[in-house]
Ligand binder design. Structure first.
Ligand SMILES: Cc1cc2nc3c(=O)[nH]c(=O)nc-3n(C[C@H](O)[C@H](O)[C@H](O)COP(=O)(O)OP(=O)(O)OC[C@H]3O[C@@H](n4cnc5c(N)ncnc54)[C@H](O)[C@@H]3O)c2cc1C
Ligand code: SF4
Length: 335
């Protein structure tokens, strides 16, 4: 990695000021904890004209009950706090579990919720030093004209590998986006698109300010399971979140979302047909098939695509079974 090139750093004290600076500075980039962006800058993957550092923005790390019910999480909350603050762990235990499974303790002390949701997509041909990429003729995502993962295609398949997004998707969270033009809320799903080179719908002048998690309906059980190469610290090869409600063994609600297997976190579609049926082997088979059908990981990691598809399917089945039978949540990590 190179040393960081000289860069102008703005340090606004409020979100309004951050939005004004962003609007006035072409090609500026937001930086929060820097645990995702700084390695990318030092690898020469990005060359922003200026950085807008969010670490001094007031009230950005607040956690509070939402007036309309549910919870409001500031984008500046660190993963360490989400993982350990009892005010959060008691009401959003699965989000805390996913935060504990992300990166290492040092990263989590600086890494933020906003940075986790907006982190760049990843690929073994991309997250490399400048000389490595040059020797490989660069690639379609930056400076080259061929995707080494899918050479005949015209798009990038780098994978979104954030741990928190799938949990927030099954909890039906919404994102608050602020800019000098105003504020808008959108379902978290709407923040993403399936394009590894442009996976966020966020405009260049927008800041992710807060996340709103609605109050969970009574009886909703949630869990997160993560497959990775190294248990100590690694991005998910597949990170699966499930939210379900059952009554007398019959499924009443089910949502599944998966990270690490596409350029966006994927919410598994078509599960409503399973409602009203018992959670048995037939249902688990149908869930496994639905995941396998909708998940098409590409060779953007050192691990085989088919392994990631199979592991996503198996983790979803196991998690549904455990939650449906009231099993105590076991650790998020698995291999
Ligand atoms: C060794 C290592 C291991 C890691 N392992 C994991 C892992 O297992 N799981 C995982 O999920 N992540 C992992 N990460 C990635 C990273 O640590 C986390 O995603 C972290 O939460 C990023 O947050 P940050 O505040 O540091 O983001 P930053 O690096 O500051 O920003 C990341 C991106 O988000 C944008 N951004 C930041 N805040 C906002 C905002 N409020 N509004 C709009 N855009 C914003 C920035 O412009 C940048 O593009 C790992 C990183 C490293 C270096
Ligand atoms: S998926 Fe293709 S274009 Fe995208 S980063 Fe990897 S090699 Fe580059």
């Amino acid at each position: 990695m190179h040393a960081l090139p000289p860069t102008t750093v703005h340090r606004p004290a409020s979100l309004a000021e951050a939005c004004t600076v962003l609007a006035a500075t072409a090609q500026a980039r937001l930086i929060a904890g820097g645990t995702d962006l700084l390695p990318n800058l030092r690898r020469g993957l990005e060359h922003p004209a200026a950085l807008v550092d969010l670490s001094a923005v007031q009230d950005m790390a607040d956690f509070a009950a939402a007036p309309e019910g549910g919870w409001l999480l500031g984008a500046g909350l660190t993963l360490a706090r989400i993982a350990s603050d009892t005010a959060i762990t008691q009401v959003l235990p699965t989000l805390s579990e996913a935060a504990r499974a992300a990166a290492g303790p040092g990263h989590r002390s600086a890494a933020t919720l906003g940075g986790n949701l907006c982190q760049d997509t990843r690929c073994i041909f991309y997250n490399q030093s400048a000389w490595w990429r040059a020797a490989n003729g660069y690639c379609l995502k930056r400076d080259g004209d061929t995707c080494h993962v899918a050479p005949h295609g015209a798009r990038c398949h780098a994978a979104f590998s954030g741990d928190l997004a799938p949990v927030l998707l099954v909890l039906r969270a919404e994102a608050e986006l602020m800019s000098a033009r105003g504020t808008r809320w959108l379902p978290l799903d709407g923040l993403y698109r399936d394009d590894g080179a442009a996976h966020l719908t966020l405009a260049a002048d927008e800041v992710l300010a807060r996340v709103r998690v609605p109050a969970a309906p009574p009886g909703l059980a949630t869990g997160y399971r993560k497959a990775r190469v190294r248990d100590a610290m690694d991005f998910p090869l597949a990170g699966v979140a499930v939210a379900l409600a059952c009554s007398d063994g019959v499924l009443e609600q089910l949502a599944i979302a998966i990270s690490g297997i596409a350029s966006r976190p994927v919410r598994v579609a078509g599960l409503d047909g399973l409602l009203g049926q018992p959670v048995d082997d037939t249902m688990l088979g149908a869930i496994g098939k639905a995941v396998q059908k909708q998940v098409s990981p590409m060779r953007s990691t050192i691990t085989e695509s088919n392994y990631r598809r199979q592991v996503a399917s198996t983790l979803a089945q196991r998690l549904v079974q455990a939650l449906a039978h009231g099993a105590a949540p076991s650790p998020a990590m698995t291999r």
